[in-house]
Design a protein around this ligand. Sequence first.
Ligand code: XMP
Length: 319
Amino acid sequence: DWTMASFKEQAIESIRREVGDGKVICGLSGGVDSSVAAVLIHEAIGDQLTCVYVDNGLMRAGESEQVVSLFRDQYNIPLIHRDASDLFLDALEGQDDPEVKRKTIGRIFIDVFDEEASKIGGAEFLAQGTLYPDVIESVSFAGGPSVTIKSHHNVGGLPERMNLKLLEPFRELFKDEVRALGRELGMAAELIDRHPFPGPGLAIRVPGAVSRDRLDILRKADTIYLEEIRNAGLYNEIWQAFAVLLPVRTVGVMGDGRTYEYVCALRAVTSTDGMTADYYPFSHDFLGRVSTRIINEVQGINRVVYDTTSKPPGTIEWE
Ligand code: XMP
């Protein structure tokens, strides 16, 4: 549309002016914001941009491969892919406190990112897909730990440590505007319309102790849930949908045996900016179908529940 076309031109101009002939590093997360930021900045300054993708072992099934092939093969954007899964998963093993999980992930991310970025040499700017709501939430919660609801690690931390200037082309945009900009840049709908995914990844979707086994169980359930949502044509009506693997086991019966396995919770919400949200009113048919599939196909889960909490008072993620 007209507004986005002119926003794009202005953004490209201002990136060129700000960066000059400097080098820019952009951390890719696989999400919409950093992807659109990378493509926009690449359009503005070409190979002065290098992307860094740190695989933390906390992504959903097949996601890391998709990110790497998209940016390297399709967009031809210089990309460093660092598989740091073991580093993250070893440090998280057994951790059950949500804030400790977030802080551990944030700290390791900064270390690894810093290490990879310094190999590029001479970078002057760090690009981030920070949105207006990120700016607002971090500012309004800046009063101290007592009012910090969740410590996001995508705002702050890195630039000071690495002595880099921030390049944040979306500081004044909302998610739907970033999506419109991505379409304006000709990016594929599957990428642009992807649901948001949190920086700490699946670690905050296994309440209780993180373990490789529990992450694997979660991935299988999540894949089935999202597949059913897509098949039902509901993906784009929903802001975010995901499975959560609870640290609770319940008794069940399968065939003529007793089972004692984990509970899986399903979450789906509508929202325009993630700051408030309503739970999505799936049909009972749909919920029944997903439950049956998850319980039949995923070893380790024998019960499925649906989360009907809105935000507030709940948050979108469980941790
Ligand atoms: P909550 O759970 O606070 O989430 O209602 C609001 C939105 O933010 C996402 N989220 C995060 N995103 N780093 C991120 O980049 C984080 O640490 C983080 N925590 C939550 C969440 O998925 C939802 O879209």
